[in-house]
Each structure stands twice: as structure tokens, then as C-alpha cells.
Ligand binder design. Structure first.
Ligand SMILES: [Zn+2]
Length: 331
């Protein structure tokens, strides 16, 4: 509540500051609904805002000594950006700490404010009746989570872009259980995928004229078969150690969500875990099984994980690192 009161207190002063600044930049604005300050078109604005961050040194100096630019918890009341083109949801900007956070705002019939982060940045979905000030406040409350997720995304994307894409040809190197295996292509009439663990070669038989998409599909199917079999074995092993029983197990493929466990003990594991080494797979298995006993991430939950997987802390960090490095083989 204090923050909200603060917001009301600061908003008029800040607005004055913003107005001063806007006037200083571009005195004659033809359209008052098109604020110059954050406009991304036309002359470069004072606030050149990259997608999510501006080093503090680039922040504009205060226009007047009377009001200094907001530093931390002052909810900045920004105005809408450029008028959104027809079907594009509006993008807004908010000063969070020393960062200018840009986000896309969608209105919906949902009852609470939701946050989504992907390669395009932050997307906020809010009920129609919630005011912009309330949305900004909600963002501030979750700023730590939002900023760290955005950073993670950005790093993951950078790591991904640095790697050369896999060439889907004979001899290609593919990640399997934490190491590379070699793809071998055979021309033949029958669809066969055979893995030789001694030579670490995956032999795929293809009909003459088969294209890359078909090859990828075949390799993906093979990966999923291995995942299904191996993960099932590991689940049984760790379920026995923990003394729990799961109801069912299925493969998922959603983004980088590695696993889930529902209240009725249905476990899903991302088949892409098959790219990683067995200890990492086991960690996710132990993690999801522990949710059968503790449906949260409390200390008690981690203690439970520790019973069957003592090095969970290392595995957790390593999994995060590996996920960032993982090639996107099957987008
Ligand atoms: Zn969990």
C-alpha cells in the first residue's frame, strides 16, 4: 500500500518532469496522443530504449534540478508508446530500477495479471479493469523474477546463435546422453533406425529422394523412443528408492520445461532431456518424483530430492547451463 500511495504522490511530479523533457526534445508535437518521449519512429528520442536494458550511464540527466529521475521503487507512470497498429498489442515501457523494461500488454478476461517471457521479451496479460498503474506495480513486485528470466533468455539465445546449425548429412554430430553420436545415412527401401553403441553411430535408412525434413523426423522419432524407454526405467528405479508410486508417465516437448508432476501423480518428462547426460536426466526424474510427496519447492521438497539425489544443487545448475547451450535441432 505504501508504494501505491507513493506512486500517487510521485506521479504528478514525474509527469511534470517527463513533460519538461518532452518539450525540451521536440517542442512542437503535432499529436498530443503521440508522445515524443518514447516514440520509436522519427527523430531519435532522448530515451533510446533497447529491448530491456539501458546502462545507468545512458540515462538522461534530469531536466530540472527540482525532480531527479526515479531511482528505485518510484513507480513511473509512462504513457502509451506510439499508437499501436491495428492488431498489434501495444508495447509499453516502464522504468524498473535502472532498467527500462519494455513489455507487450494484452487485455483479457482472465482474473489476474499474468507474465510470459519468450524470445520477444515480456508479455503481460491483464484483466480489462486493471489500471496501468496497477499493472506497473505488479511488474515491479515481480521485477526480480522478470529481469532474471529476461537475462537468461537473452543469454540462451546468444549461445544458440553462436553455434553453427547442424547439417543434416552423413557424418553429422548429434547430442545423445551428454555426448555426440555420428549420424550415418543408408540408402534403402525399408525405414530403419539402428544405433550401434560401440561405434556410437546412428544408422538411418532412407528411401532415395527423401528430404531433410523426413530425415529429421526419423531422428526425432528415434530420440523419442530412447527417451520413452530410458526415462521409464529411471522413474521406476528412483520411485522405488523414494518409496512412491507414480500413476503414469508421458513425454512432453514444451520449450525448456523439463518435467512436470500433477497432483494425481502423472509425470511428464521432456524427451529432449535425452540430449543430456544420465545424471541430469536422473535429477529431473528425482525432482518430479519428489513432487508426489511435496507439491511445491519448499525446503522440505529439496530435502526429499536430496534423499534420492544428494547432488541436486550441482545438477540443477548444470541443467540450466546445458539448456542454454542446447542446439535447437527440432524447433
Ligand atoms: Zn518442481
Amino acid at each position: 500500500m505504501d508504494r501505491i500511495r507513493n506512486a500517487r504522490h510521485f506521479a504528478p511530479r514525474l509527469q511534470r518532469w517527463l513533460d519538461d523533457l518532452a518539450t525540451a526534445v521536440k517542442p512542437a508535437s503535432p499529436d498530443p496522443n503521440q508522445p515524443d518521449l518514447f516514440s520509436r519512429e522519427g527523430p531519435k528520442p532522448v530515451y533510446t530504449a533497447p529491448v530491456w536494458s539501458v546502462p545507468p550511464s545512458q540515462k538522461p540527466p534530469p531536466a530540472s534540478p527540482y525532480v531527479s529521475p526515479p531511482e528505485t521503487a518510484v513507480p513511473v507512470k509512462t504513457r502509451p508508446l506510439v499508437a499501436p497498429p491495428s492488431d498489434q498489442p501495444p508495447r509499453r515501457q516502464l522504468l524498473v530500477g535502472e532498467f527500462i523494461l519494455e513489455y507487450e500488454l494484452r487485455r483479457s478476461t482472465r482474473r489476474s495479471i499474468g507474465f510470459m517471457i519468450d524470445d520477444d521479451g515480456l508479455r503481460v496479460t491483464a484483466p480489462k479493469r486493471v489500471s496501468i498503474a496497477e499493472i506497473d506495480e505488479a511488474i515491479r513486485t515481480k521485477q526480480h523474477w522478470i529481469l532474471s528470466k529476461l537475462k537468461e533468455r537473452r543469454e540462451r539465445r546468444a549461445a544458440r546463435l553462436q553455434k553453427p546449425p547442424v547439417e543434416w548429412i552423413d557424418g553429422a554430430q548429434l547430442p545423445y546422453l551428454g555426448a555426440d553420436i555420428t549420424l550415418r545415412l543408408l540408402m534403402g527401401g525399408r525405414n530403419r533406425s539402428i544405433y550401434n553403441p560401440h561405434t556410437r553411430e546412428l544408422w538411418i535408412t532412407l528411401m532415395p529422394g527423401a528430404g531433410e525434413n523426413l530425415l529429421k523426423e526419423r531422428v526425432k522419432t528415434w530420440y523419442q523412443q530412447q527417451a520413452k524407454e530410458l526415462f521409464g526405467q529411471r522413474l521406476d528405479l528412483y520411485a522405488g528408492r523414494l518409496g512412491v508410486q507414480y500413476h503414469s508417465f508421458g513425454l512432453s516437448s514444451a520449450g525448456t520445461r523439463w518435467g512436470s508432476c500433477t497432483a494425481d501423480r502423472k509425470i511428464r518428462l521432456n524427451w529432449k532431456l535425452i540430449h543430456f547426460s544420465l545424471p541430469l536426466i536422473d535429477y529431473v526424474v528425482a525432482h518430479e518424483l519428489s513432487h508426489i510427496l511435496e507439491m511445491n519447492h519448499s525446503q522440505q521438497f529439496w530435502d526429499t530430492v536430496g534423499l534420492i539425489y544428494p547432488e541436486y544443487e550441482d545438477a540443477k545448475n548444470l541443467l540450466r547451463k546445458r539448456s542454454q547451450e542446447l542446439l535447437v535441432l527440432f524447433p
